[in-house]
Design a protein around this ligand. Structure first.
Ligand code: MD3
Ligand code: FE
Length: 206
């Protein structure tokens, strides 16, 4: 397994999932989105829709609406519990996180070719000792990351289908975002676009 340290706490694993593993994960995500359809999150206060659609698996899921950002145990539209995390996802966390408890949330982001995600920090969790593990499928994304302050200088890397990236320790609270996709860069998703999974430990371990 190839790993590249991009900054303290930030490790990149190019081609972490081979093509058969990507296809297995995609099939699991199709089953998850049948039980828990993609929803359109909205900005707190303004209600402006995100360009990314989302769903979740695992005990908790991240949602956003006019009321704010939060983790909750049920889908915001169906009100049903989120589907279980696939074993393949739990095994990736065990291999990459170096954290002794399982994740309690897996956010699944779906990007259409024109979707983007502005620079932000992930700080809706309680347990910052756990890293965030990201798995990418489908079209290549231009991923931007900076430092602990919005004004800090940023760097960009391309996240390709099958890549994993782990943000822990001093990188856990860095600003990051997706500038754009490179359309037609992968043939994994028949209609194009990109799926990203972020595995998280939200609550403090019991
Ligand atoms: C750095 N997702 O869901 S993955 C997100 O590709 C999110 O969908 C992007 O940012 C995506 O919050 C980026 C890489 C990533 C994920 C979580 C992080 C980078 C991170 C948490 C802390 C620091
Ligand atoms: Fe994020």
């Amino acid at each position: 397994m190839t790993s590249i340290t991009l900054a303290p706490g930030l490790t990149y694993y190019p081609d972490y999932l081979d093509r058969p593993a990507q296809e297995r994960l995609l099939q699991s995500l199709r089953e998850i989105t049948r039980e828990a359809p993609l929803f359109t999150p909205r900005m707190p206060r303004t209600g402006k829709p995100f360009s990314v659609r989302m769903t979740n698996c695992g005990p908790l899921g991240w949602v956003s609406d006019v009321e704010g950002y939060r983790y909750q145990p049920v889908h915001p539209e169906t009100r049903r519990p989120w589907p279980a995390m696939p074993d393949q996802v739990l095994r990736s966390w065990e291999e990459l996180s170096a954290y002794p408890h399982p994740p309690d949330a897996c956010l699944i982001n779906f990007y259409e070719p024109t979707a983007r995600m502005g620079l932000h920090q992930d700080k809706d969790e309680e347990e910052f000792a756990a890293p965030v593990v990201s798995l990418s499928l489908g079209d290549t994304a231009l991923f931007r990351y900076g430092g602990l302050e919005r004004k800090d200088p940023t760097k960009s890397i391309r996240l390709r289908s099958g890549d994993a990236i782990v943000f822990g320790g001093p990188a856990r609270l860095i600003y990051h975002g997706i500038d754009r996709l490179i359309e037609g860069s992968s043939d994994l998703l028949p209609q194009g676009g990109r799926l990203n999974l972020t595995l998280r430990k939200v609550g403090k371990p019991l």
